[in-house]
Design a protein around this ligand. Structure first.
Ligand code: ADP
Length: 705
């Protein structure tokens, strides 16, 4: 409670006590007491008018309307009271009951009710407000009926106030009850709390209720004077509290809560409790044989009308609610069906997983991915399908998501299905929390990205291969330029020497031979490079004709014998080998390359055997040396472009790394195959096979051996 309010409450209490003492004690004589009593009430009401008008000026929106209506209500009540005071005190004629004063008093009630509806603590909808008024009326009329039946009725017949007078006597407290019930019900429904302003209104109307009820009681008992005057203290207190509420600087709630329109069980039951009370009172009246009279009948009928109206509205509400709930239900059903449809047909695997990575349930796609029926997966640990170490990482991520440090996780990893298939999966894990903030489950989406992963891997491998080739190519270029420079330096040197006069004829021959061999080496190199270029661009063309490989091998060997004196080159030919369809120049190139290599890579000399044989529809040519051999990891590589293997410690052998690549291309163009069998330190056998033409093949099979 703020300070201003505290002071205000103390002031109100003091004024009311002083007023009660003056009026009750009749200190200044009867006339003064009556004057104080009548004008005191009017002044209290008018102070409320002023205070509420000030509050209305300061406020805006619905609160302003509320204060204005309250000011009007107080004005109406004050005017009625003033009318009574003037006629009683100044004109010396006590206003009759009922009189014009009662018109002012009665008019104050609907204005106050309208004010309460205007303040933003009640229901938001018009229908809600109408129900609130009807229910409050129903409660008040029930109580009035009960009060009348139980005791007030008999008093009325004694007091002879007449039907209208009797009704009015009951109407005032009943009206206060209506206002009080409205405050109680509307505010309670709002947020389960009573704003301070509503409490003060409640206190004001409670004071009025006490005053009206005691006034009715004293009037029916025929007791006016001092006691009647005391009840007036209640009105004074009521209007002063209202004035205080207006000036205490208490703010009204900012806006209505839509919750205020929700009707609770208590609210629904209230009119029925009233009806039950009315029934009980009627039974009691019938049992005791009392006469209740016209007033009771009128109150009862009023109550009945209000009750029925309130119930019609309740039913209307209930029907509306039913329709809305049916609609919501069918919408929910549709949405659920859609959700099921999406989950069932989703191209993604979906699972709900517990904190410790146990599967709760899965959709058909995931069951298909893991090759396990969906029902069998429920309760199974997800870890059995994950890669090694993935469980620990997943648990660590779950911890982060539990504590809110990670909103969701995206992971790529390998998974293993029950049938042993491995596949790459992109997983998106999202935590789902319960209302209390604890983890409910983890929603995991599985996307099979095996194909994408494979393509990425292939792209990476391609890149690595391209990088390797580019490296080999630059090695090749530096080697080629080095070789060219060396050869040219040699040629230049020899030719310079040859121009001098001191060279003998033998030396001229020798130098010319050297120049020639250097030139041949360069020529070979250029030929290989051009060949490779032609093969790579698909421009090489075979001139096919029958080729006798035995003859071809013999010629190449004859020419090669001059290459080296350290090696003995022998031939072992299969005389049954028929001619094959081939390009004799190109095949000569292959055999010659293999033979040159055999010489180059067996620097210690030794026997080189070149053989032919017919087998399985092919003619096979083999070149065997006893040289340095090739390590197993290079055996397949050496047929690649620029691939060279230099054995450690051996003398440097010059070469482009293109000879075998070209040979392989030529053999493959002949639909054949080339390969090598080699043992490091023991030597190598290069073999290639060329298929026989079908006719030649059948002739070979048929021919006697
Ligand atoms: P080059 O001989 O010009 O280097 P090749 O393509 O003819 O190119 O041979 C590729 C590589 O294969 C050689 O560098 C060598 O390491 C290896 N090689 C070829 N023939 C033999 C052989 N008979 N013995 C051992 N190694 C060989």
């Amino acid at each position: 409670m703020n300070r201003r309010l505290g002071v205000g409450v103390a002031a109100v209490v003091m004024i009311v006590v002083a007023y009660a003492a003056l009026v009750g004690g009749r200190a200044g004589g009867e006339a003064t007491a009556v004057a104080v009593e009548d004008y005191g009430r009017a002044v209290a009401a008018l102070s409320a008018v002023v205070a509420c008008s000030i509050a209305a000026r300061r406020a805006a929106g619905p609160t302003r309307i509320g204060w204005s209506l309250l000011a009007l209500s107080a004005l109406s009540w004050g005017a009625g009271t003033l009318y009574g005071a003037v006629s009683e005190v100044n004109l010396g004629v006590a206003a009759p009951f009922p009189s014009l004063a009662d018109a002012g008093h009665l008019a104050a009630v609907p204005l106050a009710a309208a004010a309460l509806l205007a303040f933003p603590f009640g229901p938001a909808t018009a229908m809600g407000r109408i129900r609130l008024v009807l229910d409050s009326l129903s409660v008040a009329t029930s109580l009035a009926y009960i009060a009348w039946s139980v005791g007030l009725g008999s008093l009325e017949s004694q007091a002879r106030t007449g039907v209208l007078g009797g009704l009015l006597l009951v109407a005032y407290p009943a009206a206060d009850l209506v206002l009080l019930t409205m405050i109680a019900m509307s505010v309670r429904r709002a947020a389960g709390e009573y704003p301070l302003l509503a409490r003060l209104f409640g206190a004001a109307f409670l004071c009025n209720l006490v005053a009206d009820a005691s006034f009715a009681y004293f009037a029916l008992h025929g007791q006016g004077g001092a006691l009647g005057g005391l009840s007036a203290a209640g009105w004074v207190a009521g209007y002063l509290v209202l004035a205080l509420a207006a000036v205490a600087g208490i703010s009204a709630p900012a806006a209505r809560s839509s919750a205020a329109d929700e009707v609770g069980m208590g609210h629904l039951a209230l009119p029925w409790i009233g009806v039950a009370g009315v029934i009980a009172a009627s039974i009691w009246v019938a049992a005791t044989g009392r006469q209740t009279g016209v007033t009771a009948a009128l109150i009862g009928s009023g109550m009945g009308i209000v009750f029925i109206s309130s119930q019609v509205l309740t039913l209307r509400d209930a029907l509306g609610l039913l329709v809305r709930s049916r609609r919501a239900e069918s919408e929910l059903r549709e949405r659920t069906a859609l959700l099921v449809e999406i989950t069932e047909r989703s191209p993604l695997g979906i699972a709900r997983i517990t904190e410790d990575l146990h599967i709760i349930d899965v959709n058909p796609r995931l069951s298909e991915m893991l090759a396990v029926p969906a029902r069998a997966l429920a309760g199974a640990p997800l870890g059995q399908f994950l890669g090694p170490g993935d469980v620990e990482k997943a648990l660590a991520r779950n911890e982060l998501m539990k504590s809110g440090r990670l909103s969701h996780a995206e992971v790529d990893g390998e998974m293993r299905s029950a049938d042993g298939r491995t596949f790459w999966v992109h997983r998106r894990v999202t935590p789902v929390f319960k209302a209390n903030g604890l983890i409910h489950y983890f929603l995991v989406m599985f996307e099979d990205v095996s194909e994408k992963h494979r393509l990425e891997e292939a792209a990476l491998a391609n890149l690595a291969e391209l990088e390797r080739i580019s490296r080999l190519k630059s090695e090749f270029l530096s080697m080629v330029s080095h070789e060219f420079r060396t050869a040219l330096t040699g040629i230049q040197g020899y030719s310079e020497v040859l121009t001098t006069d001191e060279v003998t004829t033998d030396e001229v021959k020798e130098f010319a031979g050297d120049v020639n061999s250097e030139a041949q080496r360069l020529n070979r190199m250029i030929t290989e490079m051009l060949d490779m270029d032609r093969i790579e661009s698909g421009r090489i063309q075979l001139h096919l004709q029958p080729v006798d490989l035995n003859e071809l091998v013999t010629q190449v060997v004859e020419r090669s014998r001059m290459l080296s004196t350290k090696h003995s080159i022998t031939i072992a030919l299969d005389p049954s080998a028929p001619c094959i369809e081939g390009d004799s120049d190109r095949l000569t190139q292959v055999v010659s390359n293999l033979l040159t290599n055999a010489v180059k890579y067996s620097p210690g000399g030794g026997e080189i055997l070149v053989s032919t044989r017919v087998a399985d529809g092919h003619v096979e040519v083999a070149v065997q040396d006893h040289g340095q051999g090739i390590p197993p990891e290079f055996v397949t590589k050496i047929f690649g472009r620029y691939e060279r293997y230099e054995s450690a410690g051996a003398a440097k052998v010059v070469g482009t790394g293109l000879g075998l690549a070209i040979s392989q291309q030529i053999v493959q163009l002949h639909k054949g195959r080339i390969w090598v069998e080699s043992v490091v330190g023991a030597g190598s056998i290069f073999r290639f096979i060329i298929p026989l033409s079908p006719a030649a093949a059948s002739a070979t099979v048929a021919a006697p051996r």
